[in-house]
Design a protein around this ligand. Structure first.
Ligand SMILES: [Cu+2]
Length: 158
């Protein structure tokens, strides 16, 4: 009996897998297919963003976005509710853990690098040279700045 009850959840997973796959959004993109738009107001101005997969607004689901940043672009210290998985596609992206943006405390990640900013851990970023990074995470996407004054969506200058 014990063995059967252990098998039931496993079976449920196996049976549901094809259904889950059928629900996945189709994505077959060459770089030319990627549609860039301005980053949402919660990010400092000047960068572009493209959603490659999923919907960052949906809770509990994987989404994948890319962010294209000009040289000198900075994202002040912030945190996210879920792990942020970062792959550097081109350029060099500096990432640091901590409560305050500090280039000296950041590490340079050249193209091909991968890093995780764990859920709720304060971190910051600087694109020392123009960079494209891919971010994958479980939604919903949210960014909370350590210093609320750093939130561009709350400043009048935008
Ligand atoms: Cu982040």
């Amino acid at each position: 009996m014990r063995r059967i009850s252990r098998l039931v959840p496993l079976l449920a997973v196996v049976l549901c897998a094809p259904l889950a796959l059928a629900d996945s959004p189709m994505a077959m993109l060459t770089p030319a297919d990627i549609k860039w738009g301005d980053v949402p107001a919660v990010f400092p101005k000047g960068a572009k963003m493209a959603v490659l997969y999923g919907d960052p607004a949906k809770p509990g689901e994987l989404f994948i976005v890319r962010m294209k940043m000009p040289a000198g672009y900075k994202i002040p210290a912030h945190w996210h509710p879920t792990d942020e998985n970062i792959t550097v596609i081109s350029g060099t992206f500096n990432l640091g853990m901590g409560d305050k943006l500090d280039v000296a405390k950041s590490k340079a990640f050249p193209a091909g690098s991968f890093a995780v900013a764990p859920a709720k851990m304060n971190h910051f970023a600087i694109a020392k040279q123009a960079a494209i990074v891919e971010v994958s995470a479980i939604g919903p996407f949210a960014i909370t700045y350590v210093n609320p004054a750093d939130d561009p969506s709350k400043s009048a200058s935008r």
